[in-house]
Design a protein around this ligand. Structure first.
Ligand code: NAD
Length: 467
């Protein structure tokens, strides 16, 4: 196995030297279909890791408005450091944006598919965007050979289906290399996660499919980022198995935190105590209002749907999903201890944080959504603030009060619920907060704030798993 990886890396280094060579000609024209969180970061990082004459990257999207903005330097998402990196690589004449998908595909010799794969109404994966994009690619490829990189998170078995689809529909005179290269970046640290990934997974069913992707990733390979070569189905499975494992960890620590709430144990010390065990580690042991975002909720459901198709029960993953459903309304249950549900009518509740986690504007599956729905049902007046995510939330809840600052959201509130762990909430002036509020109740669903400070100031403070 190790020998296998070594031989592949040596072969790759040889082909890299002979292919990129010293003559300075641009070797790869890369198209990325889907300029979202993954496509934009991937495209930008690929340009940034190469010299000017090595690659040109075209980020493509069916959303012409998004592309028009990107051409003007307007970035559609909040991701720390991304705007600067995009500007830099536009200026290097390496990064381009287009909605002319057909024409750009025909000029490209590496094509990434990075479109969304949301959850369908039955819990399975909605692959319609993916297959639409694939159809566009297959119709328009003309460079021989072309490498097709499956970057979206795709149901296990998709790579094999794509191989079959291509055999049926693609021009047989063009050699198409199919590679699965699932993405593991985290929103908020996406650039670091791409440039210094823990690992790169590359699945293929034939070794000749690997050459171009290896050359494209050569700057990362040279940094000694571990690469695992697998077949297509194994690469797809690694992605779902990783995300489901992270979901298990989060649901586990959330349940232990709920137990600590009853027993009086301190979840922060419990998490430290178990995380010190190297077999467990510290990451993903912070309790909170359930996991959200574009990945863990949909990928756990996606894995369960695949298991069902194969007649297998994944009891642990099912439990993680069920625990998460329960956990989402944890802040509401804590609030009810102070203000019973039926008394919420005509109260003002401030929510600090709407994105599913800090350092992103992504609200997909954010705990804010079920919480706001519940509070609306109880007829509470809701005032919110988030440094990045308010525009997105306005589309779902146009009728709550969006405030320019945390302090404005807190004004006249009967209770404050901290939902997202943005640093700026930690640094609020809590004497001022207390003066602004009608009643000094704080539900801290991220254990972000200093209990000692808040209790000294006379707040009724409720964290998770700490008393
Ligand atoms: P996204 O919703 O931010 O972006 C998807 C983009 O694809 C949209 O801009 C959409 O307009 C575009 N699109 C749809 N159909 C298209 C087509 N036919 N041609 C061109 N563009 C098209 O999605 P995302 O968060 O970037 O996720 C993309 C994939 O990566 C998903 O499978 C997701 O599960 C996976 N992933 C996401 C993350 C993350 O943190 N967001 C991390 C790892 C993996």
């Amino acid at each position: 196995m190790v020998m296998n990886i070594l031989v592949k890396n040596l072969l790759f280094l040889y082909s890299f030297v002979s292919c990129f060579g010293c003559n300075g000609s641009s070797q790869y024209t890369v198209s990325i279909l889907g300029t979202g969180y993954v496509g934009l970061v991937t495209g930008t990082c690929i340009t940034d890791m190469h010299k000017n004459d090595e690659v040109r990257v075209y980020c493509l999207d069916i959303d012409s408005y998004k592309i028009a903005n990107l051409k003007k330097g307007i970035i559609p998402i909040y991701e720390p450091g991304l705007s600067e990196l995009v500007q830099k690589n536009i200026a290097r004449n390496m990064l381009f944006f287009s909605d002319d998908i057909a024409e750009t595909i025909s000029r490209s010799n590496i094509i990434f598919l990075a479109v969304g794969t949301p959850t369908a109404s039955d819990g399975s994966v909605d692959t319609s965007y993916f297959y639409n994009a694939l159809e566009q690619v297959v119709k328009n490829i003309s460079r021989n050979p072309t490498t097709l990189v499956l970057k979206s998170t795709l149901p296990i078995g998709t790579g094999k289906k794509v191989t079959g689809y291509i055999k049926q529909h693609a021009d047989p005179s063009i050699t198409l290399h199919i590679v699965s290269n699932p993405e593991f970046l985290r929103e908020g640290t996406a650039i670091k996660d791409t440039m210094n990934a823990d690992r790169i997974i590359i699945g293929s069913n034939a070794s000749q499919d690997l050459q171009d992707i290896q050359q494209l990733y050569s700057p990362l390979i040279k940094k000694n980022i571990p690469i695992l070569y697998t077949d297509l189905t194994t690469a797809e499975t690694i992605k779902y198995a990783s995300n489901s494992f992270l979901a298990l960890k989060l649901s586990y620590i959330n349940e232990i935190a709920n137990l600590c709430d009853k027993t009086g144990a301190n979840i922060q010390q419990v998490a430290k105590g178990i995380g010190l065990d190297k077999r467990i580690g510290f990451s993903f042991l912070q309790p909170g209002p359930g996991f959200g975002g574009s990945c863990l909720p949909k990928d756990t459901l996606g894995l369960l749907a695949t298991a069902k198709q194969w007649g297998i029960s994944l009891n642990t993953v099912e439990a993680a999903v069920a625990t998460n459903e329960y956990q989402k309304l944890m802040p509401y249950r804590k609030l009810k201890k102070y203000i019973p549900g039926k008394s919420l009518c005509n109260t003002t509740i401030a929510i600090l944080g709407l994105s599913f986690k800090a350092n992103t504007d992504d609200i997909r599956y954010s705990a804010a959504i079920p919480l706001i729905k519940k509070l609306q049902e109880k007829k509470a007046h809701i005032q919110v603030f988030d440094p990045q995510a308010m525009e997105h939330m306005k589309r779902i809840f146009p009728n709550i009060t969006y405030c320019d600052t945390s302090y404005k959201a807190i004004e006249n509130a009967d209770a404050v619920i901290v939902l997202t762990e943005w640093d700026e909430f930690k640094n609020l002036d809590f004497s001022k907060v207390k003066q602004l509020m009608r009643d000094a109740i704080i539900i801290d669903s991220r254990n972000l704030l200093s209990i000692a400070t808040l209790r000294t100031l006379g707040f009724a403070y409720n964290g998770i798993g700490i008393s």
